[in-house]
Design a protein around this ligand. Structure first.
Ligand SMILES: Nc1ncnc2c1ncn2[C@@H]1O[C@H](COP(=O)(O)OP(=O)(O)OP(=O)(O)O)[C@@H](O)[C@H]1O
Ligand SMILES: [Mg+2]
Length: 282
């Protein structure tokens, strides 16, 4: 279970961590001095762009939680298969063209997911996203809600402030409570793990700076070429960390980087506790 929190501008995070008082209404709640509305995302687009999750977690004046629960693929495939059979029967028997189309689309989507899980060995998980909008000023709060709703709809997601469940939603997003089953039953959606992981900027695919070191290929066969000296708004220094299981090739990649830098006359200082590296003059 991973929870990601985001908060920008004013300071409602303090209210949520140390609330002075709590009052729950049908669609909103008051946390200390803050007006708050907790939404759940009830619909996601069929296709998402890379980094899509960071667009949600960066909405100003919100606290966003993302819950991810791994699931057993076999049970899931069986459950989706049953749904496909059901949708197909609706599609064949429905007289209303709209209901038929929807059932057909739903069956097709189910088949696509099964193919991903079964043939391509894709791991899936159940994802729950909640968005809490917060402001200390009532007028500003309305603006914050409208802006958040429109930013979510631009991403082709749908979110709803689930009526009468603001208390449960508050407990769901609050760090010291466990996840609420009632909320998960409403909001959980099946997503391939790659959709979740690819939702963040640090897991970009096709990472190619056009110059620098060729480090690897990504899962789509794209080249990963990194120029550690490149500067952009989100890359303000050259620090990197190489992580991986034992024997996976970390030292090899570091030696490759050192050699490339050495060839470009970069001054190199090595701290090498295992004495893996030697300087040989040829
Ligand atoms: N891209 C690669 N293709 C094939 N073999 C590789 C590749 N990269 C590294 N190796 C080989 O894999 C072995 C382990 O590599 P390396 O020592 O770099 O791993 P490591 O992640 O640093 O391991 P450790 O955690 O034990 O330090 C070495 O024999 C290396 O030659
Ligand atoms: Mg090593």
């Amino acid at each position: 279970m991973a929870k990601i929190k985001n908060k920008k501008q004013t300071n409602p995070i303090l209210d949520i961590l140390t609330p002075i008082g709590l009052r729950f209404n049908k669609n909103t709640l008051h946390i200390g001095e803050s007006f708050t509305k907790i939404y759940g995302i009830i619909k996601y687009p069929n296709k998402v762009k890379s980094e899509w999750l960071s667009k949600i977690t960066n909405i100003p004046n919100t606290v966003v939680t993302i819950g991810i629960n791994p699931v057993d693929n076999t049970n899931l495939v069986n459950a989706i298969s049953r749904n496909i059979v059901y949708d197909r029967s609706i599609a064949e028997s429905a007289k209303d063209p709209l209901a038929r189309q929807r059932a057909e689309k739903s069956a097709e989507d189910g088949e696509k997911i099964i193919m991903q899980i079964d043939r391509e060995n894709e791991t899936v998980a159940l994802m729950t996203i909640c968005v809490a909008t917060m402001s200390r000023d009532e007028q500003d709060f309305k603006r914050v809600c409208r802006r958040s709703e429109s930013m979510i709809s631009v991403l082709k997601c749908k979110m709803r402030a689930i009526p009468n469940l603001q208390k449960e939603l508050f407990k769901h997003i609050y760090p010291t409570f466990t996840n609420r089953e009632k909320i998960e039953n409403i909001l959980q959606k099946i997503v391939p793990i790659s959709t979740f992981v690819g939702g963040f900027p640090f897991a970009r695919s096709g990472f190619n700076d056009g110059a620098g070191y060729y480090l690897a290929t990504d899962s789509n066969g794209g080249l990963v070429i990194t120029d550690i000296w490149k500067r952009e708004s989100d890359r303000t220094n050259s620090n990197i960390v190489i992580m991986g299981n034992s024997g996976v090739g970390k030292s090899t990649v570091i030696k490759h980087i050192i050699l490339s830098e050495f060839m470009q006359n970069t001054k190199i200082v090595l701290i090498d506790p295992e004495s893996e590296v030697r300087h040989e003059v040829v």
